[in-house]
Design a protein around this ligand. Structure first.
Ligand code: NAP
Length: 336
């Protein structure tokens, strides 16, 4: 009987992470084009007596999954966010949980700006206009959008990605308002050094005074529905809301009404609730005039996803060896 530990990976992942795991373990990779059902992950872990699990943001890893293999030593998220994993249940069972902070930061901030610019300058609409062969002449009123330069950028959560998004405001001469649990004077100083004036304000003031509002808080009980009707009504009627954090942070029905009734100007979403967002969802009737949507591709650059795979593999190795994980979600959640 083989004593080589077994690792289950719930999707084909890019880069050399899986090869690296294969050099040491029996590795089984789900080869479907859609995520496996939760029951499938459970039965696979059970069947393989898996010691390691590499999971995606689309997988719900709850106590039932954690209990499927008695040998499970480590769950390694292919993401920085770990709201899809019941970390308390993992801690109770002494199962390590890894995630991949830092590596996704700059790439996700790039996408926040992509959505911000696309919504402001109506680039998706513009593309569709050209593709539909409607471009007959230069038109002085054609597809007028909002200026990004000299505007005010509101950052909700000046953590890693929020800060990287704020830094990019330097090139556009923007002022930054930010909110979160606490003021961050050191980050304000760093931003001041590159010419960005950043001020800590309460969420209400940020919403009222920002031309662009970009969300960067994790999904927690306290942040679920953080942006609902009251908050959207506080924004100016030409403001742009960008969400690259998690869909559930915004109340989808309220956003739908906000776009319908013009409480805000436009939205750019990389994450949605529900996710995936079906093309016939009510929200999609606003696209592309008022809504730009991307399918949760915040960290999806070739280099970054390859690095994520390496980090996920390193967390598996440490977990199976019973060592401290290089990037432990339990540590970051204050559970170890
Ligand atoms: P991070 O460095 O931990 O920053 C999170 C920020 O949110 C921190 O400033 C934190 O404040 C603040 N915060 C936490 N709880 C809060 C609360 N209850 N109320 C207000 N602010 C709160 O995380 P990150 O690396 O920037 O990532 C942020 C999120 O982006 C992730 O959790 C993930 O969900 C999402 N994400 C999405 C993609 C994508 O593909 N679209 C990619 C990567 C990440 P403190 O500093 O005071 O703790």
């Amino acid at each position: 009987m083989s004593t080589t530990p077994t690792v289950y990976v719930t999707r084909e992942i890019p880069g050399s992470g899986v090869e690296r795991l294969r050099e040491q373990y029996e590795v089984v990779v789900w080869d479907g084009t859609l995520p496996p059902e939760k029951t499938h992950i459970e039965s696979k872990l059970r069947e393989l007596d898996a010691e390691g699990l590499v999971c995606m943001v689309s997988d719900e890893i709850d106590a039932e999954v954690l209990d499927a293999s008695p040998d499970l030593a480590v769950v390694s998220a292919f993401s920085v966010g770990y709201d899809h994993i019941d970390v308390e249940a993992a801690a109770e069972r002494d199962i390590a949980v890894g995630h991949t902070p830092g590596v996704l930061t700059e790439t996700t901030a790039d996408l926040a700006w992509t959505l911000l610019m696309a919504a402001a300058r109506r680039t998706v609409e513009a593309y569709e206009y050209v593709a539909a062969d409607e471009w007959e002449a230069w038109d002085p009123t054609l597809l007028m959008g909002a200026d990004v330069h000299d505007a005010t950028l509101g950052i909700v959560g000046l953590g890693s990605i929020g800060f990287a998004t704020a830094r990019r405001a330097a090139g556009f001469g923007m002022d930054v308002l930010y909110t979160g649990r606490n003021p961050k004077p050191e980050r304000e100083d760093e931003l001041a050094e590159i010419g960005v004036d950043a001020t800590y304000v309460e969420l209400d003031a940020l919403l009222a005074d920002s031309d662009f509002v970009s969300l960067h808080v994790p999904l927690l009980d306290e942040t679920e529905g953080l942006i609902g009707e009251a908050e959207l009504r506080q924004m100016s009627d030409d403001a742009v809301l960008v969400n690259t954090a998690r869909g559930e942070i915004v109340d989808t029905d309220a956003l739908d009404t906000a776009l319908e009734e013009g409480w805000i100007g436009r939205a750019g979403l990389d994450v949605t609730d529900p996710e995936p967002l079906p093309a016939d969802h009510d929200l999609m009737r606003h696209a592309p005039e008022k809504l730009v949507v991307t399918p949760h591709i915040g960290s999806s650059s070739i280099d970054t996803r390859s690095r994520v795979a390496e980090m996920a593999a390193a967390n598996v190795e440490a977990g199976i060896d019973g060592e401290e994980l290089p990037n432990s979600a339990l540590r970051d959640a204050g559970l170890e």
